[in-house]
Design a protein around this ligand. Sequence first.
Ligand code: GDG
Length: 483
Amino acid sequence: MGKTIIISNRLPVQLQISNGSINAIPSVGGLATGMKSVHSGGESLWIGWSGLTDEETPPELEGKIDQALKENGCAKVKLNANDIDGFYYGFSNRTVWPLFHYFLEYSEFELDFWETYRSVNQKFADAIIEKSEEGDTIWVHDYQLMLVPQMVREKRPDTSIGFFLHIPFPSYEIFRTLPWREEILEGLLGSDLIGFHTYDYERHFLSSVRRLLGLEVSFNEIYMDNRAIKVDSFPMGIDYKKFHDAALAHEQNYNEERSDFQLRLDHHKASAPDTKLILSIDRLDYSKGIAKRLNAFEYFLKKYPQYQEKVRLIILAVPSRSNVPQYQLLKKEIDELVGRINGELSTVNWTPIWYFYRSLPFENLIDLYTSSDIAWLTPLRDGMNLVAKEYIATRTDKTGVLILSEMAGSAYEMNEALLINPNNFEEQANTLQQAINMPKEEQINRNTFLQNRLERYNVEVWANEFMNALNEKRDLGRAFVSE
Ligand code: GDG
């Protein structure tokens, strides 16, 4: 059996250059953790962009960078500033991201973006072709690289190729508006296995393949050029143990090493013990429904004025894609909404919304998860939403209420949460009231089911199930050929 090659837009390490030396710091993100069991030692290679454009890379350090990456099992794809503009900020985040999240009116159909997307996908494919050999297994990640599977297959038909989409696959009616819809489908169909978070995304994809390419589809297999391509759903999990253990450690060190952030939360609890903390954490992205959530919160406070001074909403909005115009507009809208609502409803003792526009260290994330009585997550569309799962994992005494949008992929697996339609303010106001008043036993009961499921289907199981399905597919193909 050959080696495994993982490929994603960004590498799972961050490069730091200081005084002519290079450090590659491993990232702690969900994907990097989940892939640990797959990306092990010398048996595998992770290919991606390093985060530095050609213009930002001092030529004399090129060798050292390659060496630092190699020590972490990584190899880089070289991209220039123009590539990043057209491929990442352009086609990926101004065309595909809005379209696949049903923001049709935000999606820009620019030929230049498309051409750069195609040429950058070719650069990724070339890097794989150069580093791969017969019998290797290749796992391509996400919407930035949808053309890569076919580009690799053309030159390396002797490898096994899997693709996983981390965002929703939209319904046919939305997808068919894309001018390059056939090319995207054909790109993906270079894979042997295509994975989605939910069965609905899988169904939408199969429907587009059938209607736009006229291919034969049977159950979850597509037949093309004497090949069968398997399509399946693999809901991504989290590193449950990491979140749960961090929360346990947080409790055990209760009187030591309180972060400034935690001290402020403690102070809040002490001065207003009856006030419930409602938490939301998202990248600042229009798909996450932050502006609607703020409006719904105002609606709730006006409908149920008895909760004024009794609840506080924490909004942690992590800066994201801030050079894309839609994100700048959204930032302005949220800043204004928070200012207006706080201005209108605050009292000398109370500010309804605490708004943080920054990324916090992991420790503070745990402070927030463990200190909040309610997590309120209202994406208008979300491939999965890992924050919902992380909140539940940190509730060591099993209390806490999760209010989650039906439009998040995670809602399919989290039926014990309070599921809401983020566009329905009336329902959300009533659900907030229900959450505030939910008896402890009911919270524990609901969270026991949720925690058991999250612990079992953790991110490592997710990665292994995908790899096993890909290997099974290859072995079946071999058996078929030798018969
Ligand atoms: C995409 C899809 C899909 C957030 N703030 C901080 C911080 N985070 C971490 C969370 C969580 C992650 O970022 C966010 O993950 P999500 O799944 O919620 O959302 P996306 O970033 O949009 O991810 C999504 C995912 O891919 C996986 O397939 O679920 O649907 O859109 O892990 O903990 N981490 C730290 N500080 C912060 O301030 N350290």
